[in-house]
Design a protein around this ligand. Structure first.
Ligand code: CP3
Length: 340
């Protein structure tokens, strides 16, 4: 049914003619078309809740950048909201939660999310699948339980996430109860995304790096494993645990199909540690500030280091908002033209 299924074949470890390429945060960030669509919504939260607008910005990078996959436009913070903790997006600052989780008592106000409350996302997925008409696969996503907990406790972004980490040290039993609720919510939500047509799902553990190995094994890995156990029989699952160098072997051990790598991780080392898992990544987004010649050389060096099979080309984290789209496009075109 898919005209371009490179991403799915690479995720499953099947042979590909070339590496597929898509970019984290490809919707928004660098496209003026995104800003035009966004201005039609009252604010970010309402934008995310508008399936027709979400569908539009999901497809923009496929049309404009020529990437090999679409990722549904939404945010990881829809899960806290569906559990009873609403968020706002403050212009030029980022997410903000008027109320946060401070103690065991605060869990009384929360519930496991009902995917029906998130039907604006599944509606957007259905609409996008129809609109894509099989051109490229559609990626669904959610935040990892630890990363979601960190926003629910912290209430906003943070350099250290020390409030969230304090919560793990001070009240581990409550932390585990909250992680369990987030995990149940996330499994139901990702299953609903797959029901609606998502071809692959990615779990973003963006703040894995603030945990040490022991804390990661206690407060993140068991919950990621539950998500993989629930979803992997249905679609390929990608785990992206940013800055968690120590975790690559453990992530492979979950049975996920793909591990996302940031730019500080060595492709050859990760191949040794996770030989039977597809790797995704891992260009430094700042490479795209370089000269055109340096972008081409950087992309080609990365492709030759990872090799053609069991590889999905991407950045090591999301695009930055001030990158030039011509340079972003050059990166994508370089990957697609690489003479294997
Ligand atoms: O990849 C895509 O283009 C799909 C859409 C997507 C968004 N957020 C839209 C968005 C995805 C996959 C996310 C995931 C997300 N959101 C993560 C995990 C990925 C990562 O970057 O580590 C995290 C941590 C968030 C939380 C979040 N949302 C933050 C910290 C911010 C503010 C800063 C920023 O990234 O711009 C957001 C806002 C947000 N989410 C924007 C977009 C396009 C920008 C808001 C705007 O349009 O003004």
């Amino acid at each position: 049914m898919l005209k371009n299924d490179l991403l799915l074949r690479a995720a499953r470890g099947e042979a590909v003619e070339r590496a597929p390429v898509w970019l984290m945060r490809q919707a928004g960030r660098v496209l003026t078309e995104y800003k035009a669509t966004r201005s039609r919504a009252k604010n970010f939260v309402e934008f995310v809740k508008s399936p027709d607008l979400a569908c539009e910005v999901t497809i923009q990078p496929v049309d404009i950048l020529g990437v090999d996959a679409a990722i549904i436009f939404s945010d990881i913070l829809v899960i806290p909201e569906a559990m009873g903790l609403p968020y706002e997006m403050i212009e030029a600052k980022g997410p903000w939660f008027p109320e946060t989780v401070k103690s065991a008592g605060d869990l009384q106000k929360l519930h496991v999310a009902d995917p029906y409350q998130l039907r604006y996302v599944t509606d957007a997925i259905r609409m996008t699948k129809k609109e894509l008409d099989g051109r490229v696969p559609l990626i669904g996503f959610a935040g990892a339980p630890w990363t979601i907990l960190s926003y629910m406790v912290e209430g906003s972004g943070s350099k250290t996430f020390s409030k969230a980490k304090q919560f793990l040290y001070a009240d581990p039993a409550t932390a585990h109860r909250l992680l369990d609720m987030i995990t149940e919510s996330t499994i139901a939500y990702l299953n609903a995304q797959v029901d609606a047509g998502a071809d692959l799902v990615q779990v973003f553990d963006s703040w894995a790096g603030v945990l040490g190995e022991a804390q990661f094994r206690t407060f993140s890995l068991p919950y990621l494993t539950r998500i993989v156990d629930a979803l992997a029989p249905r679609v390929p699952v990608t785990l992206f645990a940013k800055d968690a160098h120590y975790a690559i072997g453990a992530l492979a051990g979950t049975g996920c199909s793909v591990i996302g790598l940031d730019w500080t991780m060595s492709p050859s080392h990760c191949r040794e540690v996770a030989p039977n898992t597809t790797l995704q990544g891992n260009a430094d987004p700042c490479l795209l500030y370089a000269s055109e010649a340096a972008i081409v050389a950087g992309a080609q060096a990365m492709l030759s280091e990872f090799g053609k099979q069991r590889y999905i080309c991407n950045l090591g984290h999301g695009l930055y908002p001030d990158l030039e789209r011509t340079k972003v496009k050059l990166f994508v075109d370089t990957v697609k033209a690489y003479p294997w």
